[in-house]
Design a protein around this ligand. Structure first.
Ligand code: ADP
Ligand code: MG
Length: 673
């Protein structure tokens, strides 16, 4: 057997266990070896009965003297008895494992690991892990060493997994695949040794060094894959080549009502550099909420326009698409740019001649052709806004449909640079590091339940006395990207509840299940000041711009990721008045509370997302796996040093055809784009 062998080649693995393994993501022996423990139990102290102390965790090798099932007064089934070695005798006790008396009968030699406690006034081993032995010095797997505890699933216990890993380890050929100079340079231990150290460590240091090597492998393979994707992408040539007329572009930039920030200028420079190349751009533009990504995209679209090419802009929600439509209309009002908003209810096939298409994923819809007149794509640029809200497939689809365009992907999820480079290694990265001038910090408070009524009074006075407007955001009930009917129900009943609390104010209701026209109406009313308080699901999270709103209230705030809270908070503080964010939560301590408290102190999206990476892991920040943010099993996204090492190693390997050959065969997954 080797790493590629299916787990079914291990003894006693039939279809049932194969299925169970699959549940844990384990198909091959390699997967099995990468199934790393979540923690270890330190059973390495092997001692004798006379030396046992209360409260210590230890292992003894002893013979069963007696063991029987008894019932406690409360009907609990206990297995109680005693064991002895040459130094003495001790009581043993288990709960609810009546079958044990059949295995552990008098005279049986066992290795027992567990914590020493009391039974009455006598020392006792309670619920120890046990392992049968034939000889006194038999090697043990589940006791008498540092014992790994694995992620489990129904029917696959750690004990069982441990045994299978041992069988796999003993019976398979594991060879090093990294060249020695890379091992030396990045201080990595041998691969086979790493597997041994992770699953059969003799010390916690061993477990740690083993784990580091496996984590490195994981990151390296991720890096290699994205670098190969990048190389493949670069083999393409754009269908519609753009030439940059600096003067024209300058004239457009001059027409904008504000001056660009330095980082907007820098990023525009990077984009124009890509646009004039025959190699299609594949760039990720990262910028905190409100950093001004839209206008950067507009400059790029203008460059395409001056060459007679179209730009397609995809936004995750109808609301945001309509807003972009208005923004672009205004930005291009002095130029004869034809812009059209594609809505999901559009029926027509032929959209006529247009320069900019703005829409949601309905743009992908087969019925919509960007230019049916000429038959060939006139699309020069595709812009994907809030990319983390789209699935990988949706993005690919739009790009493919547009021919071979330049692609600008934008996100307000402020991922630390190292992470962005690793996770989206196939894209070039631009970051908007500074904010437009004059932005005020949004004062943020975490509000415990008992202060709710006071908070409502305060909101009421903000809205009526200061003529300000407020958002009240209710979380989605289930963890799902789309709103369910249950979510609509719950936000609707909260809306009714709030109507009686704020009876003298005008309330509006917004959720994802409204028709596009209804959503537009509600938002328009809110924007025009005809609604005082907008009660909504997190659909407002992305992009919405209501300058007069100065209060953001978030219900059950602990259910959101920090990056998402930051996004929501970014909906206020856009106008001139002092703005506030109120986070309601029932949590008064612990991790959830710490996270929320960070919102009070920190106003940088980058810092918050770093914190969330540490506290909650990437899944929570970046949404579901389908958004394409890679999931790591072993390495952590906050392990910047190792991420950088893996990236450097990948670059070294890619540059060397001999080294690279070894890997090409290893990376079998689809790396085409
Ligand atoms: P985001 O990066 O979150 O998409 P937007 O592009 O929506 O941000 O910009 C947020 C607001 O800031 C908009 O009202 C926009 O007009 C304004 N804005 C963008 N750039 C500047 C700038 N350089 N100076 C002043 N205001 C700006
Ligand atoms: Mg935006």
């Amino acid at each position: 057997m080797d790493l590629t062998s299916p787990v079914t080649e291990l003894p006693k693995i039939g279809p049932i266990f194969e299925k169970k393994f699959e549940k844990l993501g384990i198909v091959t022996l390699e997967n099995l070896f990468y199934h790393v423990p979540t923690r270890y139990l330190d059973y390495s102290l092997i001692t004798t009965i006379s030396k046992l102390h209360p409260d210590e965790t230890a292992t003894i090798h002893a013979k069963i003297v007696s063991l029987k099932n008894i019932y406690s007064k409360r009907g609990l089934k206990m297995q109680i008895g005693s064991v002895e070695d040459s130094t003495g005798k001790i009581t043993v006790l288990w709960f609810n494992q009546p079958f044990l008396v059949k295995t552990l009968y008098p005279g049986r030699l066992v290795s027992l690991s567990g914590k020493i406690g009391f039974f009455g006034r006598k020392l006792c081993l309670t619920s120890p892990d046990y392992e049968l032995m034939v000889e006194e010095d038999d090697p043990t797997t589940h006791t008498g060493r540092i014992v790994p505890i694995y992620p489990e699933t129904a029917g696959l216990s750690s004990k069982w997994i441990r045994r299978k890993i041992k069988e796999a380890y003993v019976n398979s050929a594991i060879t090093e695949f990294l060249p020695q100079n890379i091992l030396d340079k990045f201080k990595l231990i041998d691969f086979k040794k790493a597997i041994k150290f992770v699953h059969f460590p003799e010390s916690f240091e061993e477990a740690e060094t083993g784990r580091r090597r496996l984590a490195f492998n994981e990151l390296l393979s991720l890096e290699l894959r994205s670098q190969i994707r990048k190389l493949n992408w670069k083999k393409n040539k754009v269908a519609n080549k753009i030439t940059i007329d600096r003067k024209l572009i300058e004239s457009f930039i001059k027409s904008i009502s504000f001056d660009l920030t330095n980082s907007q200028k820098k990023v525009i420079g990077e984009i124009l550099e890509n646009l004039k190349s025959e190699i299609p751009m594949n760039r990720l533009l990262e910028g905190d909420v409100g950093s001004g990504k839209t206008v950067v995209a507009a400059v790029a679209a203008f460059a395409a326009f001056t060459n007679g090419y179209q730009t397609v802009i995809m936004a995750p929600t109808q609301i945001l698409a309509s807003q972009h439509y208005k923004t672009f209309k205004a930005l291009f009002s002095k130029f004869s740019v034809r812009i059209s908003l594609i809505t999901s209810d559009i029926k027509r096939r032929d959209l006529g001649r247009n320069d900019i298409f703005i829409g949601t994923h309905s743009l992908i819809n087969g019925k919509i052709g960007f230019d049916t007149m000429s038959g060939t794509s006139k699309v020069g640029l595709v812009v994907i806004d809030e990319q983390h809200r789209f699935g990988v497939e949706q993005r690919k689809h739009l790009i493919k449909k547009s021919g071979t365009p330049h692609v600008l992907t934008m996100t307000a999820t402020p991922i630390p640079r190292t992470v962005a480079l690793a996770a989206y290694g196939d894209m070039d990265l631009s970051v908007l590091t500074d904010m437009p001038p004059g932005r005020l910090k949004v004062t943020t408070w975490v509000i415990p339940e008992q202060k709710r009524n006071g908070a409502y009074d305060w909101i009421r006075s903000q809205v009526s006395d200061l003529k300000s407007q407020a958002f009240i955001v209710c979380p989605l009930i289930e963890d799902s990207d789309a709103e369910t009917l249950a979510d609509v129900k719950s936000v609707t009943s909260e809306f009714i509840n709030l109507q009686s609390i704020f009876s003298n104010l005008r309330l509006g209701l917004l959720h994802g299940r409204l028709k596009p026209s209804e959503k537009d109406k509600v938002l328009e009313d809110f924007k025009k000041g005809r609604i005082d308080i907008l009660v909504t699901t997190p659909v407002v999270e992305v992009g919405i711009d209501i300058p007069n709103a100065s209060v953001m209230v978030i219900e059950a705030a602990e259910r959101f990721g920090l990056a998402q809270l930051h996004q929501l908070r970014g909906r206020v503080g856009r106008g001139r008045s002092k703005s506030y964010c109120l986070l309601f939560s029932n949590f008064h301590s612990g991790r959830a509370y710490t996270r929320l408290k960070a919102m009070e102190k920190t106003h940088s999206g980058f810092e918050l997302s770093e914190l969330d990476l540490k506290l909650r892991g990437p899944g929570e920040i970046f949404g579901t796996a389908q958004s394409g943010f890679p999931e790591l099993k072993i390495a952590g996204w906050n392990n910047y040093e190792l991420i950088k090492d893996a990236k450097n190693a990948a670059e070294e390997i890619i540059e060397d055809p001999v080294k690279f050959k070894v890997f090409k065969s290893k990376i079998k997954e689809d790396i085409s784009n």
